[in-house]
Design a protein around this ligand. Structure first.
Ligand code: ZN
Length: 142
């Protein structure tokens, strides 16, 4: 079960950055705006938004945008992530994003925030994607 966070916690900056990124969402087709921010072990924060494409399958979610930005800047040790969705309740990352989260840290702390005060919860990547395909899944068994 998700743990409910208290307001004013140290995660506020991470949430603020996700909210800020959300305002940059490019979503002319769905109209949905999502922002995410990921904290690397060295304290740096990378934020991202959803970016849609007229060829829908090429669209990218906010969560993956943030993680890819961090990794492309050499940050692979990811500690926590905030996600600010477009609904009153907290958003639920898609399967592709969950897989990418698990790839870099199964214990990645995920803080999800809704647009209405009070909707905030915490979980981990491995809770969002139990029994995930991971690097050890590539080991030959025969
Ligand atoms: Zn996604």
């Amino acid at each position: 079960m998700d743990r409910v966070l208290k307001r004013g916690s140290p995660e506020e900056e991470l949430i603020r950055r996700a909210r800020e990124a959300r305002s940059n969402a490019y979503s002319p087709y769905s109209g949905v705006k999502i922002g995410a921010a990921v904290l690397a072990r060295d304290g740096s924060i990378y934020a991202g938004c959803n970016i849609e494409n007229s060829s829908y399958g090429l669209s990218n979610c906010a969560e993956r945008t943030a993680i890819f930005k961090a990794v492309s800047e050499g940050r692979r040790e990811l500690v926590s992530m905030s996600i600010v969705g477009d609904s009153e309740e907290f958003t639920r990352p898609c399967g592709a994003c969950r897989q990418v989260m698990v790839q870099f840290n199964p214990r990645l702390r995920i803080i999800r925030v809704g647009l209405v005060d009070g909707y905030r919860s915490e979980t981990t990547a491995e809770k969002l994607l139990p029994e995930a395909f991971n690097p050890s899944s590539l080991t030959r068994k025969s």
